[in-house]
Each structure stands twice: as C-alpha cells, then as structure tokens.
Design a protein around this ligand. Structure first.
Ligand code: UDP
Ligand code: MG
Length: 350
C-alpha cells in the first residue's frame, strides 16, 4: 500500500500494489503470433509486478502452436500451457484460463496482438486506486464493415433490454480484474458462458479505458458473420426473456386482428351476401400465420436449447495437458472440471 497526499485539501488516497498478476490468453492456431506477443508482454509485466504467470489456453489448435509454446517456455518459465482436449470456443477457453489463474489481479487478452500489452500499465494504475475491473473499449470501429457495425449496434441495443444489466458498448474481453471479480465469475454455475454478459452481471466498481485495436498480426479473425450471429443469439437467450414475452404479445395482437377481420367478413356476408370470394386473402392469412407460428417456435426453441445445454451439466471444457507451474499457490483442479492429466505430465507418456 502506498499513501499519497493529494490536492490542496490534502486528501489521502490509498494505493494498492499488485504482487502477483495472471495473464490469460485463449488461442486457436496462433503459432505465428505467439513469438511476437510473448517478448513484448513479458517485458511489460516484468516492469509492472514482482511475480506473474501467463496462462495460454490452447483451444484445440491444429497448427504448430504446441511446439511454439514448448520453445517459448524454455525462455519464459512464467508461461503456463493449458491444452484443451478440442476446440471448445473462446468463452470456454477463457473460463479455463480464469479458473487456472492464481494472481491477485488477472488480465484477459487475445493472442493476435490486437490488444496492446502496453495498456496493461494504465489498467493496473486504475486498479491500484480501488477499481476492481478495468475494461478496454475500442475507440473506433472504422476498420469494420458497415454491416458488422450495424449488427453490433443492434446487438447492444437488444442486450440493454435485459433487466438492469448494462453491457458496456464496444468492450471486449481485454480487461483487468481483481481476484474478487474472478472468484465471483467462477462461482457462477451456468454452462452458457457469454463472458461479456457475465462480466457485466457480476458488477463491482468498473471503468472503461479507451484504446485503438491494432490489426491482427497474422491470420484472420475466427469470428465469421455466421459465428457472430450465433454468439449474439446465445448472449440474448442467456440474458433476456423479452423475446418470449414479445411472442405472447404478438399472439394476442394477431388474435385480436383476426377476430375483428372475422367479424368484418360475417357482417359483409350478412349485408351483401358474397361468401365465396377472398381466396387470395385466405391464403395470405394462412401463410402469414404459419410463418409467425414457425418463427415463434424457433424463438422458443432457442430457449429450450439453452435449457437443454444447462441441464446436461457437462463440463465446460476438458484439459488434455498442462505444462508449467504458474504462480506459487498452484492449482487445485475445480471439482467439476475433469482433468485428464496432472501438471507437467503427459498421459500419453504415462
Ligand atoms: N479464439 C479461441 N477459440 C476460438 C476462436 C478464437 O481461443 O474458437 C481466440 C483467438 O485465438 C484469439 C481470440 O480468441 O486469441 C480472439 O479471436 P479472433 O482474433 O479470431 O477474433 P476477433 O479479434 O475478430 O474478435
Ligand atoms: Mg483478433
């Protein structure tokens, strides 16, 4: 703790200092980026904290990532390698890394150098003044297509309809968290790990920090439009229930309209007596209602699918092997995460 004298009134501000830091990096086929990231990251962390670990979670890479990590571990003993048994998706990989982390503060970042390690210093500085979470927010989205920007904007608007939940706009997974936030995240039991939502759900004093993301150094983004759409639907079903209510409302409005239209036809028939005409109207109405029914079933189906995923209670990820000790109080595996190998032990080698 450092006490600072501040301003003319002499207000005392207590600053805390981090002794240990964990950096969690989920990665899929990042063999080309890691040799560029690690030296910069390690140099930065050495400046900032006495002790740190870098947990790279290999989310089922099929390129040379395991070999590259093995080499990097010779140079950087702080590097911990957590290899998942297959590709479980970034959210699960992030959860695996957070679960394994032991630092007093934890930083999550991508492996492709889009998240500048230099920003960690400013994040840590903000944490030291008492914030529990500092999340990086992209200053611009100029690098993205108008379609992606429009989709993102719609997504944030829809997410904001979730009861009291404020998912900050344009904030990704690049963030620094205090141990209390990580423990709170790990205590959440759900299988659907929509991290943006969970970060917002746990709360704690948090503030944004603005940055311009760099270009991806090598390779292309794994989040193609269809995957992003899937991701958005997962987020919405995990955090909102209004689509279900909207369907009830839509059903009620349509039933009322149909009833009125029925009355209109009956009166028309009584007054003018033309009962046979109206085939076009009939078929249009039938098809329209069939469409609305299918859409409603689809929305309900999304929620049922989420419930199904929850009740199965499968682990979020499986660890195939772990290399490296990391920070001292090293890791007891969580009870519901099936470990296939103990640290530094390859099951294939016995
Ligand atoms: N990633 C992952 N598992 C996946 C997809 C991505 O661990 O199934 C990692 C990826 O290696 C990178 C980070 O998540 O470190 C962000 O992915 P990417 O750069 O492809 O996405 P974008 O920057 O476009 O959001
Ligand atoms: Mg990226």
């Amino acid at each position: 703790m450092v006490l600072l004298q501040h301003g003319a009134q002499g207000i005392m501000i207590t600053k805390r200092q981090a002794q240990t830091l964990s950096c969690v990096i989920p990665g899929l086929n990042e063999a080309e980026n890691l040799p560029a990231l690690l030296p910069v990251l390690v140099a930065k962390l050495r400046e900032l904290v006495p002790d740190f670990e870098i947990i790279f979670v290999d989310d089922g890479s099929t390129d040379a990532t395991p070999l590259v990590i093995e080499q990097l571990r010779q140079t950087y003993p702080q590097l911990v390698y957590l290899q998942l048994s297959r590709n479980f998706g970034k959210e699960a990989a992030l959860t695996a890394g957070l679960e394994a982390s032991r630092g007093q503060v934890v930083v999550c970042m991508d492996a492709d150098l889009q998240h500048p390690p230099a920003l960690i210093e400013a994040m840590l500085e903000r944490w030291s003044t008492g914030l529990e979470m500092v999340y990086a927010v992209r200053e611009t989205r100029d690098d993205e297509t108008w379609m992606k920007r429009a989709g993102t904007s719609l997504f944030y608007k829809l997410m904001r309809t979730s009861n009291g939940l404020r998912v900050p706009r344009d904030a990704g997974d690049f963030r620094l968290m205090d141990r209390c936030v990580v423990d709170a995240l790990m205590a959440l039991p759900e299988r659907s790990r929509f991290m943006k939502g969970l970060f917002a759900w746990v709360g704690f004093p948090s503030e944004p920090i603005y940055y311009s993301p760099a270009e991806r150094l090598h390779g292309v983004s794994r989040f193609r439009p269809t995957k992003l759409l899937r991701f958005a639907v997962d987020g919405l079903t995990a955090f909102t229930t209004w689509p279900l209510r909207l369907l009830s409302l839509l059903g009620a409005v349509l039933a009322m309209l149909s009833f009125s239209y029925g009355l209109f036809i009956i009166f028309k028939h009584l007054l003018y007596g033309d009962a046979v005409r109206g085939w076009t109207t009939l078929i249009t109405v039938v098809l329209f209602f069939a469409g609305v029914n299918m859409l409603s079933l689809g929305v309900v189906g999304e929620y049922v699918a989420s419930i199904f995923a929850e009740v199965k209670h499968r682990p979020l990820y499986l660890v195939h092997r772990r290399r490296g000790q990391g920070l001292a109080q090293a890791s007891e595996p969580a009870p519901d995460q099936k470990q296939l190998a103990t640290p530094d032990q390859d099951p294939q080698q016995g």
